[in-house]
Unconditional design. Structure first.
Length: 275
């Protein structure tokens, strides 16, 4: 764990945190005014400009007992420590949803529009390097990533002022089986997934990435033997959850996989987002 400790402890600058608001781009979905999103913005001390990450929460929502959930908080600490702004849009609260593991707020619709609303917000800020913004997400949010970066994504605006997302990471994304078999993103992409994930089932995700990589798309993938869903959630002891249908799935941290993921994801973003 020495490398992990060095990543998280060495040179930890002060972090500014604030709540911001901006519109989703979901007008085509709602048929009315866009949803006004609330988001947690975290940035290192100093004027910047900094590269940035849009971070998309899982199906349990962004907050627990009024605080940012532990997984997202740990990633925010790592990324801000290493010079990134992190923006966490809350896709559930403004839509009066607390948790949503069934996909009522759809990854391929509302949430993809939220991701691009967040990108547009960041590109308008003087403290952000507007053409160096990445996106990452977990489970429900990971599913949002894979749909948002699709070449035919309906959520992508034609007039982004400083270009598209420059890099994307998805942890154990939901709904990979809904991706078309010719899914070939142009955006560099890293899949992080556990081989024993029986919550989202890894096979369709792995198959899509392997096929895209074989066709020349800028894909990377790490499959962790023995790891299950939420393997990067610090302190999350192994446990099971039964779905309404009675299907039981396993969850919990895998410390070795988590340490590797922290190092791997940071290196991936550094190589594509740092000037």
């Amino acid at each position: 764990m020495a490398m992990l400790g060095a990543l998280l402890v060495a040179s930890s600058p002060a972090v500014a945190e604030e709540t911001v608001s901006f519109p989703s781009l979901d007008g085509p979905v709602t048929g009315a005014k866009p949803t006004m999103l609330r988001a947690l913005l975290m940035k290192p001390d100093g004027p910047g400009p900094f590269p940035a990450i849009v971070a998309l929460h899982g199906c349990g929502g962004l907050f627990r007992d009024g605080a940012l959930v532990a997984r997202e908080a740990a990633w925010a600490q790592l990324l801000t420590t290493h010079g990134y702004i992190v923006l966490f849009p809350d896709s559930f609260g403004p839509r009066d949803v607390t948790t949503d593991c069934e996909g009522r707020v759809r990854a391929w619709a509302e949430r993809s529009y939220d991701a691009y609303g967040a990108l547009r917000y960041l590109q308008a800020q003087s403290f952000v390097i507007g053409d160096r913004v990445g996106v990452m997400g977990w489970s429900h949010g990971g599913g949002t990533v894979i749909f948002a970066i699709s070449p035919n994504s309906s959520a992508r605006p034609a007039d982004l002022p400083k270009g598209d997302f420059r890099a994307a990471v998805a942890f154990y994304p939901a709904w990979c089986s809904r991706l078309s078999t010719d899914w070939r993103p142009d955006i560099p992409f890293l899949l992080e997934i556990g081989a024993q994930d029986d919550s989202i089932q890894p096979a369709p995700c792995i198959e899509r990435v392997e096929a895209a990589r074989a066709s020349g798309a800028p894909m990377q993938m790490k499959v962790y033997d023995g790891a299950v869903h939420d393997f990067d959630w610090p302190g999350d002891k192994p446990h099971t959850i039964a779905s309404p249908s009675g299907r039981v799935a396993h969850y919990g941290v895998d410390e070795d996989a988590r340490e590797d993921a922290l190092i791997r994801v940071l290196a991936f973003f550094d190589s594509r987002l740092k000037p």
